[in-house]
Design a protein around this ligand. Structure first.
Ligand code: ADP
Ligand code: MG
Length: 329
């Protein structure tokens, strides 16, 4: 409940500042290729919910449940708020104004983004607060990793490298658009049938041209030290999340056990400079990149462009699942 109250505070802040500072919004949207009129009105198509025939469950997170659907003959994914009748911990109903504001805000931001590395938004439903998006049929990277972990395996280096590069390119795009994702983790990286990865879940994303709410709720495991300490979110704090994401990709089990088993709360643990161990068999170039990306000080981390350049210079050619590649020691 407290989380939702904070969100309401956030939403009010978001809409007020958006209304007041049209010129800032316009310049930010111009950078990402939108006309002034589109930027000011946030041209969000409203899609009749009745036109969407829900098909298959794709996944769920803390706030939403996502299913595939057919719309105008095309496959789409629709994110609806979690239904409290199915999840008793979710105390608010889908008709609640706070839920409406949160989901509409996500659709409004996502619709302004246009990159092959970010999931596209087609609109918002007239009922039930559905965010209608491009469908990434293989779901989240986390789902894929869990399938591997069940067999005690890590993702092949080739696949991991391809996904890392797509995510890094997504961050290059977001930096230019002055948007911070703020919740970069394997659950929010979405895959299609040929392992092309796109960034999804912009529910926590912020427009970097506007003040960031004091209480901004994001997933602890991908939260950078400066975000814990002073609520600072930036492209460089997304780079920290990228490091955590890479660590999961080179592990053959869920790597977050050190922090959890520690008696020190995660916040203090990370702020003190602690990090999960990198598997010994992780390719050296990847291990170096992880360490660079989770440097304590944001300015000591690479920019997204530097990450892309680094990945280009360090291709990983090993055969998928070769014994020398990405296997935890
Ligand atoms: N466009 C999409 N295509 C396919 N699966 C998706 C898509 N968007 C989300 N999902 C799946 O639904 C899950 C929850 O969606 P997400 O937007 O992360 O919700 P939450 O805000 O609750 O975390 C994701 O982890 C993923 O498994
Ligand atoms: Mg999510």
């Amino acid at each position: 409940m407290i989380e939702w109250m904070l969100l309401l505070a956030y939403e009010s802040n978001y809409y007020v500042s958006r209304g007041r500072s049209i010129s800032i919004a316009s310049s930010s949207h111009a950078r990402i290729g939108l006309s002034l009129t589109e930027a000011n009105s946030v041209n969000l198509p409203i899609i009749p919910n009745a036109e969407l025939a829900s098909q298959k469950f794709l996944g769920r997170g803390c706030y939403g449940v996502v299913s595939s659907a057919k719309w105008n003959g095309r496959d789409v994914a629709v994110k609806y708020p979690l239904d409290p009748s199915q999840d008793p911990s979710n105390v608010l109903g889908i008709a609640d104004p706070m839920v409406h504001a949160k989901f509409r805000k996500e659709a409004c931001l996502l619709i302004t983004l246009n990159s092959p590395y970010v999931v596209k938004c087609f609109g918002f439903t007239d009922k039930a607060n559905g965010v209608v998006m491009e469908c990434q049929p293989q779901g989240s990277l986390r789902d894929l990793l869990e399938q591997h972990w069940q067999r005690g395996k890590a993702l092949s280096c080739v696949a991991a490298h391809k996904i890392q590069k797509a995510v890094a390119n997504g961050l290059v795009y977001l930096q230019a658009a002055q948007v911070a994702h703020c919740d970069l983790k394997t659950e929010n990286i979405l895959l299609d049938d040929v392992m092309s990865a796109k960034l999804g879940d912009f529910g926590c994303a912020v427009d970097l041209t506007k003040p960031i709410p004091i209480k901004h709720i994001v997933t602890p495991k991908c939260k950078a030290p400066e975000s814990w300490q002073s609520g600072q979110y930036s492209t460089q704090s997304d780079v920290f999340g990228f490091a955590v994401t890479m660590l999961e990709m080179v592990s053959s089990r869920d790597p977050f056990y050190q922090a959890e088993s520690s008696m020190v709360p995660l916040e203090k643990w990370v702020v003190a400079g602690n990090r999960e161990p990198i598997p010994k068999k992780c390719p050296e170039s990847t291990a170096k990149l992880i360490q660079w990306c989770w440097a304590q000080k944001p300015n000591d981390r690479p920019t997204p462009k530097q990450i892309v350049e680094y990945l280009d210079k360090n291709p990983l050619d090993e055969e998928p699942n070769s014994p020398s590649c990405c296997v935890i020691c």
